[in-house]
Design a protein around this ligand. Structure first.
Ligand code: NDP
Length: 401
């Protein structure tokens, strides 16, 4: 029986709140706090009505300000905070956790606002301070990062003696019917996919031009999809935690139409993150673009098709070469029927609430700052299907890559 604070009331925050409320014996009381409190209230009202869960409150907060987060924590007294605001808020929220003695979980690593650069160094630096305070911080507990790290941990624990080649493959074969929309926060999404590609090979990071490398990959129940090599944050922690890895890459599908829109957005300067002056006011083009694009949290209604995300791994077991594929497929419609939002928010929110559940059960508890693969993957994967994301695996098949 524990209180949980959820910060962020977008599509992911909605799913986290629903999933926590579905486990009232674990999460006895929820506070959902965000910049715009009306969005928190909408989620809380839906949960009260649909799930008959009444111990949910809301709060307005600017999570960029450590003191505001500390005040809310000192007032509500949560055991853990699930941070599903934006990556910019990671450090202030972690700082507030250290001041108020609250455990921490997030789904995306810290990014400075003025530079599209995401890496774990800033958060890993807080390891000793979390450890001294006896506080656990679980980083990147969404799907990717998140479940992909847990999948890799399962492979390392049960399937291989040494992992040599890791390919994370992420396909969204859904159709939301919009000309252009992103499936999670547009600002963060566009920053992520317009940057240079990067993969790890033979102890070094190799940089590519954006979307320079592509392959047609077959996804289960979906079929062949053009997939592009991009950089993704979990590669950084996985190559560190599994030093036998010789090559690690991340692939994501994008449709031609999506890439054309993206190219135009970049060419006309709308993906810019440096402030410009417009009618005497400073605005950031990408922030303005976010304001006119569809809200990813509202894409759910009528969204058809499914996502498929997994790890394709090659390595050695008992001196023999082995291949392994582990994945989940998630239907947008099913996600919407359960939580009123689409599959990408769902595949992020389910693992976040499950990570917090395992922490509260004392299973994923270890003072310090950790990535998900540092914890035992078995209890997580035992429950993942039951919580809404069933997974599959195949051994010794052709991995294509
Ligand atoms: P949204 O933009 O829909 O929601 C973000 C929420 O955070 C909004 O409610 C927003 O408030 C709030 N917020 C922003 N700034 C502040 C602030 N300073 N103080 C308080 N609240 C703030 O994003 P998503 O729900 O799509 O994504 C949430 C997070 O999940 C992101 O960090 C994203 O990177 C991560 N993610 C992780 C994935 C994974 O698999 N690991 C996949 C997809 C997403 P307002 O409503 O006022 O804008």
């Amino acid at each position: 029986m524990s209180k949980v604070l959820i910060i962020g009331a977008g599509g992911v925050g909605r799913v986290v709140a629903y999933k926590c409320a579905m486990q009232p014996q674990i999460f006895s009381e929820i506070c959902i706090a965000s910049r715009t409190e009306s969005k928190c209230k909408e989620i809380a009202n839906d949960i009260k009505k649909e799930l008959k869960y009444q111990t949910i409150s809301t709060s307005q907060i600017n999570a960029d300000l450590v003191n505001e987060v500390v005040d809310l924590m000192d007032n509500f007294k949560p055991v853990i905070v699930i941070n599903v605001a934006l990556p910019y808020q990671d450090l202030p929220i972690m700082e507030a956790c250290l001041k108020s003695g609250v455990h921490y979980l997030d789904t995306a690593n810290y990014e400075p606002k003025d530079e599209a650069k995401f890496e774990y160094s800033w958060q890993w630096k807080l390891h000793d301070r979390f450890k001294e305070k006896g506080l656990t911080a679980i980083l990147g507990c969404g799907f990717d990062p998140g479940v992909t790290g847990v999948f890799t941990a399962r492979a390392a624990k049960h399937i291989f003696d040494e992992i040599h080649y890791l390919d994370i493959v992420d396909c969204n074969a859904g159709d939301h019917g919009k000309a252009f929309a992103t499936n999670f926060n547009p600002e963060i999404n566009i920053r992520e996919i317009t940057q240079k590609g990067k993969y790890f090979e033979n102890g070094q990071w190799v940089e590519t031009e954006p979307h320079e490398i592509s392959e047609v990959i077959n996804y289960p129940d979906i079929g062949p999809k053009k997939s592009y090599l991009i950089y993704h944050e979990e590669l950084e922690s996985l190559v560190k935690n599994y030093p036998s890895i010789k090559r690690a890459r991340f692939w994501m599908t994008f449709g031609d139409e999506y890439l054309t829109h993206l190219r135009v957005i970049q060419n006309i300067g709308m993906a810019g993150i440096k402030p410009i002056t417009f009618k005497g006011q400073k605005i950031i083009p990408l922030e303005f673009l976010k304001a006119v694009l569809p809200d990813p949290g509202d894409l759910g209604s009528g969204y058809t098709g499914q996502t498929s995300i997994g790890c394709r791994i090659k390595g050695i077991k008992d001196g023999r070469f082995k291949t392994y594929y582990i994945w989940n497929n998630c239907h947008h419609e099913k996600a919407f029927n359960e939580t009123k939002t689409q599959g990408v928010s769902y595949t992020t929110g389910v693992p976040a609430s499950l990570g917090a559940e395992l922490f509260l059960k004392g299973i994923w508890k270890n003072p310090g700052v950790w990535n998900v693969e540092n914890f035992n993957p078995d209890p997580f994967l035992d429950l993942l299907g039951e919580r809404g994301l069933p997974w599959n695996e195949e051994i010794d098949i052709d991995l294509e890559l």
